[in-house]
Design a protein around this ligand. Structure first.
Ligand SMILES: Nc1ncnc2c1ncn2[C@@H]1O[C@H](COP(=O)(O)OP(=O)(O)OP(=O)(O)O)[C@@H](O)[C@H]1O
Length: 324
């Protein structure tokens, strides 16, 4: 592990207790994030992207438990960390931006109170300085007339403005690491671009970013590294440019093949056959084998571990070498 690594997630496993029994939502998630690096966690709905990220900050419902693995952040394991210690990290050293700003904000409290209390609570400034600091934070994310907006409640702002206010809240405290969970999904294309520019500025000042997205266009524009998840497992991980150019795992190929704004515009779009696998009934061996056109009846029924396919790049498919 290099000195620049901020977070090292090692074989993380998360289960939910449900009426149907234990559901392995995340089953062996490993990746690292360095200072100034943006890591995209991509995959279809239900693949475990959000659960994997939220488990890092102990933000999961009570029915969830981390059953294995580690997440080393600045020498400390976030897994099993007492809540008291976690409170010094969550929102302060590791910030979080959600798809829906309302999730991070209180609807009945003005922006001024939310922002100033947040800044004081996390020790960024004193109470006396907090208002000025809050105005500056809103101005920095491009919110016009920040003094006037401070008096508003979140519901009085447009969706894009709210999203920016949430980013202001998360970034004003200058976290070392920022987890962005589909931050641009609920906003129009113009606001999407602005939000990505804001996050890019954070990255340039050295913040590590985990970007959870199902939008490969966003991932390509913004991220250095791709972590591809399928049914709770990582099936491919490596530099973004190589992943976009020559995806190694058949699922990653399918994901790219079904995306409009990535790669060759003249390329024919394809669809991944079947529907995402239910993690509660994951097939043995490679979880993608039931949808994979290249599946081999013998080999793919055996578990596929992540193997190196090129420097810095791993994939969980015995055929991967054929593709890179
Ligand atoms: N509260 C819950 N109770 C039981 N199972 C859950 C719960 N939340 C999530 N899961 C399980 O965890 C799996 C992963 O969910 P997660 O939200 O991480 O997926 P995702 O990849 O982020 O999907 P999306 O893109 O739709 O947000 C789901 O398939 C589901 O089986």
């Amino acid at each position: 592990m290099t000195a620049d690594v901020l977070l090292d997630v090692q074989d993380l496993k998360v289960q939910f207790r449900t009426e149907r029994g234990m559901v392995p939502a995340v089953d062996g998630l490993s990746y690292s994030v360095a200072r100034g690096e943006a890591v995209a966690v991509v995959g279809e709905s239900g693949s475990g992207k959000s659960v994997g990220a939220r488990s890092l900050l102990a933000l999961l419902p009570k029915t969830a438990s981390i059953t294995d693995g580690h997440a080393i952040f600045d020498g400390q394991d976030l897994v099993g960390m007492p809540e008291r210690a976690m409170r010094a990290i969550r929102g302060r050293r590791i910030g979080m931006v959600f798809q829906n700003a309302m999730e991070a904000m209180s609807p009945t409290i003005t922006l001024e109170r939310q922002l100033t209390e947040h800044l004081v609570w996390h020790g960024v400034c004193t109470k006396a300085e907090a208002r000025e600091r809050a105005i500056r934070a809103l101005g920095e994310v491009g919110i016009p007339e920040p003094e006037r907006r401070l008096r508003m409640y979140p519901f009085q702002l447009s969706g894009g403005m709210r999203q920016r206010a949430m980013i202001a809240m998360a970034t004003a405290i200058e976290p070392d690491l920022l987890i962005a969970d589909e931050p641009t999904t609920a906003v129009d294309v113009t606001v999407q671009r602005q939000i990505l520019e804001l996050l890019k500025a954070q990255k340039e000042r050295g913040t590590g970013i985990i970007m959870i997205t199902h939008d490969l266009g966003v991932a390509r524009f913004f991220c250095d590294t791709a972590v591809v998840m399928y049914a709770g497992q990582v099936v491919e991980r490596g530099p973004m440019a190589e992943f976009i150019d020559r995806p190694a795992h058949p699922y990653a190929q399918g994901l790219l093949g079904s995306t409009i704004d990535v790669g060759d515009r003249h390329r024919k779009l394809s669809v991944i056959p079947g529907s995402p696998v239910d993690v509660a009934n994951r097939p043995s061996g490679c979880p993608f084998r039931t949808r994979c056109a290249l599946a081999d009846a013998d080999r793919c029924t055996h578990a596929q571990s992540l193997e190196s396919v090129s420097p810095g790049r791993v994939a969980a498919c015995w055929r991967s070498h054929d593709h890179v």
